[in-house]
Design a binder for this molecule. Structure first.
Ligand code: KIV
Ligand code: ZN
Length: 449
């Protein structure tokens, strides 16, 4: 049976740009939009045209030049905003007007100072107006997860009757829990007339670190569009991270049997491009795209990785566009990885010599945070000159391939003769291992599950 298709609605250029320090100019937005197109997202929310002339121009330029995906422009539920959004979207091949209006009592009372009746009327009118301009209209009841459920159902029903084609359910303040959010989507499907004629969408913020889990729960209960951002950027703690959503569904297809059109190999380049443009670095331990996502320092892990990457990685780095896995040499490393790195630097050791190098290496790694190749070479010199029996070879060229099974002192898998290669020798000593052999018979992203 075909797996249901989940549309990926990327809002990096709109909600993402609202995160402090992440604003982008028109040129940068255009460049990122082109990358999102390569990535294969279904919709790009290009901006909030009424917000500024820059936002208007960015939406207009993206609409004119990025032709495959839907291009959405955000608008508050009022005529001026909707008209401005439509003006910016004129050149789009697939335009969408995205109208939003808060529906929770707390927003109605303190922010908008309007009654529920007024809110219902505004939502209905704004969607009706948007629909008179554009066939594709999305409506978001802002702060939906803190809205009285019966009133939320009433608003959603009214906007569907007024012509909305997508209904997005924002967890604006990142307050909901996965089970609760899933149930809310289920309730809307059960209670709202006409809900089967529209696409239900998730839009989850990450204030409690649950944005991805909540989005996935929404999908399990019938949502067929997920709103998300590259690197999870967005207001406050951010939005659901696009790369995490996509890879969760891909790696755990047994639990989440859904498809997206995202090209996995463009995930890491997209993340890097965003970090470069905004100058906001990706946190090192960020799932999927962080610098440590495919790095291993613990000796037991490195030994496992060298024997079979299935031991410690659930997806290949290549499946998300990361060039290869890295074994980082630090105080938690073991003999296996150290021997491999020494060999990559042109030095093979007998077991006893390796023990000596290893002992000195651990003392050094305990003292300094980053062991560089130059430190390692000094240490090797030390051991070699104090041990006449040491077999010392001249350093090999840094890019020379060599058989992984030949790592000195290692219980390497003798069937595994695929080459590893030495990473750039500047900076911390690392061992790069492109494990192309282990996933040839399986889907690229799935090694062992
Ligand atoms: O978080 C939110 O409620 C929003 C809406 C504008 C969709 O970003
Ligand atoms: Zn948002």
């Amino acid at each position: 049976m075909d797996r249901p298709r989940i549309a990926i609605f990327d809002t990096t250029l709109r909600d993402g740009e609202q995160s402090p320090g992440c604003s982008m100019n028109v040129q940068e937005k255009l460049r990122l939009a082109q990358q999102l197109d390569r990535l294969g997202v279904d919709a790009i929310e290009a901006g909030f045209p009424i917000a500024s002339d820059g936002d208007f121009e960015a939406v207009q330029r993206i609409a004119a030049s990025v032709r495959r995906p839907i291009i959405a422009g955000l608008a508050r539920a009022c005529t001026g905003d909707v008209d401005r959004a439509w003006q910016a979207l004129q050149g789009a091949a697939h335009p969408r007007i995205h109208v939003f209006l808060a529906t929770s009592d707390i927003h109605l009372k303190y922010k908008l100072r309007i009654s529920r009746e007024k809110c219902l009327e505004r939502a209905r009118e704004a969607v009706r107006h948007a629909k008179s301009l554009c066939a594709d209209v999305e409506f978001s009841p802002e702060d939906a997860t803190r809205t009285d459920v019966a009133f939320l159902c009433q608003v959603v029903e009214a906007v569907i009757a007024a012509g909305a084609t997508t209904v997005n359910i924002p967890d604006t303040v990142g307050y909901t829990m996965p089970e609760e959010y899933g149930q809310l989507i289920g309730t809307l499907r059960e209670k709202v007339a006409g809900i089967d004629t529209v696409t239900i969408s998730t839009h989850c913020h990450n204030d409690l670190g649950l944005a991805v889990a909540n989005s996935l729960a929404g999908v399990q209960h019938g949502a067929r569009q997920v709103e998300c951002t590259i690197n999870g950027i967005g207001e406050r703690a951010g939005n659901a991270s696009l790369e995490e959503i996509v890879m969760a569904m891909r790696v755990r297809g047994d639990r989440y049997p859904y498809e997206t059109a995202v090209a996995g190999e463009h995930l890491y380049p997209s993340s890097q491009m965003l970090a470069e443009i905004t100058r906001v670095p990706v946190q090192p331990n960020k799932a999927i795209t962080g610098r440590n996502a495919f790095a291993h320092e613990a000796g037991i892990h490195q030994d496992g990785m060298l024997k079979n990457p299935l031991t410690y990685e659930i997806m290949t780095p290549q499946s998300v566009g990361v060039p290869d896995s890295r074994l980082v040499l630090g105080k938690h490393s073991g003999r296996h990885a150290l021997a491999l790195r020494c060999e990559q630097l042109g030095h093979q050791f007998e077991r006893r010599e390796l023990d000596e190098v290893y002992r000195k290496f651990i003392v050094l790694a305990d003292r300094i945070k980053k062991v560089q190749d130059s430190h390692l070479l000094e240490l090797i010199q030390d051991v070699s000159s104090s041990d006449a029996a040491g077999k010392k070879f001249p350093p090999a060229a840094a890019t020379l391939p060599f058989p992984r099974a030949a790592a000195a002192g290692a219980n390497s898998n003798s069937n595994d003769s695929h080459p590893a290669h030495v990473s750039g020798s500047a900076g911390q000593a690392t061992v790069s291992i492109p494990f192309t052999d282990h996933h040839s018979e399986q889907e690229d992203y799935l090694w062992g599950v």
